[in-house]
Design a protein around this ligand. Structure first.
Ligand code: PMP
Length: 453
């Protein structure tokens, strides 16, 4: 039965008259429904016509503990009564102090927190800080960055430059700094019979060679630990990060871990770097930092980096970078409430059963004639669709097969948002096994419809 959406119409009309939506060809909305949401609760979003949508992608990977979470709501409300915002230069407040204490405890060895207000800005901070730390130490030649193919680090010009998703990057190339791009350890590309660890280790040879050749002019290597999320949810083995940490030490290059998407439990541990037992020089966090409530990001770094900037003012060695809403108290209060839920409800342990169930259900799609691979890292599961399963010939992107799945999901009440030909599940951690079953079933139907011709 087709769902009624009439009550949405007035909001859609007003929206389309003025709102320019992110990452969208607005002409698509001549065909594609715009969905105005009036409320959320747990994993569910509800539109003005009363239709519900299971948020299988955590609203762009931010939401951890459901929409309108009672505990996070209460924390923000409490904070709102005393202080909504204050400049963070020269002034401070309790939530930012407590959050910095909590984060540095979770990331041993990283003792300093520099705040911004979105993921891309955190990446800009890490890039500038790395370059500037070397410069302050007299190494002015170190001003380039090494990145992986298929990586994504955000949309601002610096973050875009160190990313490698053609769709977002190619138009703006004339504006971007030049980077050194090394083949990704992406395990979708492994040989038959090769393990993730063997493949990731083999691919490391490219990184080692790039470091050997360029270390003198390189400030940092930037990676998304374990999962290249925007790059089609491609995954790799922790051994790569261990080798990378060791090589960065040997070649005297910083390591920036962009855990903006994978941090806060997505890969099965609080931070993905834990699975490799490594400590980066810069750890970028955002998205799930506030449980998906408010824009906030942070770059954690070491005492050594901090010390490289600590000097007499007149030497002009300070890191003079700021954003108006840096360290916003409401966002910090949400982040503290989210971390309390992690502790009190033992989320990392509890997620193991959820991840096992989600993986098992999704792997039932493996036998589909147009599925090349079902892969999983913790609470992230991805299904790679192809035209030909034997040769792994991909579908032409112009066919927009993923969009058919998205549309089917909306009709069946599940918000799936395939990236190209990859359907993925990255739900809030409050999802139930029954809701996982529904999410995977609707994806299966969508895949059937999208691949039938
Ligand atoms: N880095 C990674 C790994 C991301 O996935 C994203 C967002 N998808 C960003 C950076 C950029 O974050 P934001 O969208 O908040 O600028």
């Amino acid at each position: 039965m087709k769902r009624s959406t009439e009550a949405n119409d007035p909001y859609v009309a007003r929206d389309l008259a003025h709102v320019w939506h992110p990452c969208t060809q607005m002409k698509d909305h001549e065909q594609l429904p715009m969905v105005p949401i009036r409320r959320g609760s747990g994993v569910w979003l509800e539109d003005f016509a009363g239709n519900r949508y299971l948020d299988a992608i955590s609203s762009w990977w931010v939401n951890l503990f459901g929409h309108a979470n009672r505990r996070i709501n209460a924390a923000i409300t409490r904070q709102l009564e005393s202080l909504e915002h204050v400049i963070l230069a020269g002034f401070t407040h309790k939530p930012v102090i407590a959050l910095s204490e909590a984060l540095t405890k979770l990331a041993p060895g990283l003792t300093r927190c520099f705040y911004a207000d979105n993921g891309s800005s955190a990446v800009e901070v890490a890039l500038k800080m790395s370059f500037h730390a070397w410069r302050n130490a007299g190494h002015t030649a170190k001003r380039r960055f090494i990145t992986l193919t298929n990586s994504y680090h955000g949309e601002t010009l610096g973050a875009l430059a160190v990313g490698d998703v053609e769709l977002y990057k190619s138009t703006y190339k004339p504006l971007l700094m030049d980077v050194i791009t090394v083949p990704s350890p992406d395990c979708y590309e492994r040989e038959t019979g090769e393990s993730w660890a063997e493949h990731s280790r083999r691919k490391f040879a490219h990184m080692e060679a790039a470091l050997a050749e360029h270390a003198h002019e390189v400030a940092a290597v930037i990676v998304e630990p374990l999962v290249q999320c925007a790059g089609n949810m491609r995954m790799y083995d922790p051994v790569y990060l261990r080798l990378l940490r060791d090589a960065c030490n040997r070649h005297r290059v910083h390591l920036i871990a962009d855990e903006i998407a994978v941090g806060f439990g997505r890969t099965g541990t609080m931070f993905a770097c834990e699975q490799a037992g490594i400590q980066p020089d810069f750890l970028c966090l955002s998205k799930g930092l506030t449980g998906g409530y408010l824009p906030l990001s942070v770059v954690l770094t070491t005492e050594a980096i901090y010390a490289a900037f600590y000097d007499e003012y007149v030497k002009l060695n300070a890191f003079l970078h700021s954003h108006s809403y840096t360290g916003n108290p409401l966002a910090c209060a949400a982040a503290l409430a989210s971390l309390a839920i992690f502790r009190e409800d033992e989320i990392i342990e509890r997620n193991r059963a959820l991840a096992a169930h989600m993986g098992a259900r999704a792997r039932e799609l493996e036998s589909h004639p147009h599925v090349a691979e079902v892969r999983q890292t913790g609470m992230i599961v991805a299904v790679e669709l192809v035209r030909n399963r034997t040769t792994r010939e991909p579908y032409d992107w112009r066919e927009r097969r993923g969009l058919r799945i998205y549309k089917h999901g909306l009709e069946r009440g599940v918000l799936l948002r395939p990236i190209g030909n990859v359907v993925y599940f990255m739900p809030p951690y409050v999802i139930t096994p029954e809701e996982i079953d529904l999410m995977v079933e609707v994806a299966r139907e969508g895949i059937e419809i999208a691949t039938c011709d």
